[in-house]
Design a protein around this ligand. Structure first.
Ligand code: PMP
Length: 402
């Protein structure tokens, strides 16, 4: 019997840090250790009833077969309508792709476009999956640090410096996981002006958190701010975060027809189509009553405010309020170099998060997993009680440092 030898694309990448953190929390809980879990990357709400009912009806009505690779006509219409109302841009059906979550759509986009040596600009802090997705598809991630001084946002200058003749993609994610940063229309226009000078660069905008926005009005999409780039933008979104539907696995993308055709060809040979039942549920989500979205944003806002106030009251930690998504990216430079009661020195954010797990029984994710330390990410997709308990425990643990 021969041993299994993984493909080089597998050995090149790591498992997702958030998935690993969630697994660790589950393990500790299973051992009976109570953990205050602030790692969660998904809404804690249940999927709204009218969406579940649409799925049940789809099962009863026999909507249980393969659909077209690009989904049912009802889903296509619902997605294209949402995109048009959000961006002001009309897309045709041949500019639409769907998949098993935004994550899978992003992966297929890279699979459909990258050749060895192609570079992908990834502003840091980044969602943990981008660099590994690029590596798995033979590309080279080009990480561009974007510090707190620019609100963790990419500047036109930093973008210009990162572009080379090999640049294939720029990935922009707003509202951002892990910082909650949102680009203004003016900021996007300024990035757009740089991109207009570099026709080799395509732009992937990950807008999965677009509905979770604490500012006025809608989050501006790059295609709205810089319409001249429309033929080079792949806009990716899905129903996971806005409608508490992470387990339903339904995401989508709109963009230039040739890229979309390549992606759909790959989808036809990999998944055939996402679950027909999830498609019916997504139609209900996109076309139905949107009060769940508005109400949940208000709940997240209260939790964000509580988390930010509590964390800023802790000596050594600082955090600015996120403008969207459900995360706070906390600066912990003030605790680096301090000594824990057991004599261990906190050298970096990884040490600090391990200390918090040990001493405070609070699980958070170290900033180095997102490419920019020393920070840690907390999620406020959990109850106010859990957030307050977590902040109190973090405070006690920090006070115990010397
Ligand atoms: N992009 C970002 C920035 C995310 O945080 C996530 C979920 N963690 C995704 C994409 C993937 O979402 P989906 O459930 O639609 O695959």
């Amino acid at each position: 019997m021969s041993d299994y030898l993984p493909a080089s694309r597998v050995t090149r990448i790591k498992s997702s840090a958030s998935v690993a953190a969630a697994a660790r929390v589950r393990e500790l809980k299973a051992e009976g250790i109570p953990i205050i879990d602030l790692t969660v990357g998904e809404p804690d709400f249940d999927t709204p009833d009218h969406i579940k009912e649409a799925a049940v009806a789809a099962i009863r009505d026999g909507e249980t077969k393969y659909t077209s690779v690009t989904g049912t006509p009802e889903l296509q219409t619902a997605i294209l309508r949402k995109i048009e109302s959000h961006t002001g841009h009309h897309y045709e059906r041949n500019q639409l792709t769907i998949g098993g979550g935004a994550k899978q759509v992003l992966y297929v986009a890279l699979m459909a476009s990258l050749n060895e040596g192609d570079e992908v600009i990834v502003p840091a802090p980044y969602w943990v999956s981008y660099p590994d997705m690029v590596l798995a598809n033979d590309g080279t991630p080009v990480i561009v640090p974007c510090g707190e001084d620019t609100g963790f946002k990419l500047t036109p200058d930093a973008l210009e410096k990162a572009i080379t003749p090999n640049t294939k993609w720029l990935i922009l994610n707003a509202p951002s996981n892990p910082t909650g940063a949102v680009y203004t229309r003016e900021e996007l226009q300024a990035l757009g002006a740089v991109l207009e000078e570099h026709p080799n660069v395509f732009i992937l905008t990950d807008e999965i958190y677009d509905e979770i926005h604490f500012g006025d009005g809608r989050v501006t999409s790059l295609v709205t701010a810089a319409p001249a780039l429309k033929d080079r933008i792949l806009l990716v979104n899905g129903v996971s975060k806005a409608y508490a539907m992470t387990g339903w696995r339904l995401g989508y993308g709109v963009g230039p027809a040739p890229l979309i055709a390549a992606m759909n060809k790959l989808q036809s040979q990999t998944s055939s189509c996402p679950s027909s039942i999830s498609q019916a549920a997504a139609v209900a989500a996109l076309n139905g009553d949107q009060s769940f979205v508005r109400d949940s944003v208000e709940v997240y806002r209260k939790r964000r405010d509580a988390a930010v106030e509590g964390l800023n009251a802790i000596n050594g930690l600082t955090v600015a309020p996120a403008e969207g998504a459900f995360y706070a990216y906390v600066n912990c430079s003030g605790v680096i170099g301090k000594t824990a009661p057991d004599g261990k020195v906190i050298e970096n954010d990884q040490d600090f998060t391990l200390y918090l797990l040990d001493a405070a029984r609070v699980a958070v994710i170290q900033g180095s997993a997102y490419g920019l330390g020393p920070y840690f990410r907390i999620s406020f997709a959990t109850s106010l009680e859990t957030i307050n308990a977590g902040v109190d425990s973090i405070s006690d643990a920090v006070n115990a440092l010397n």
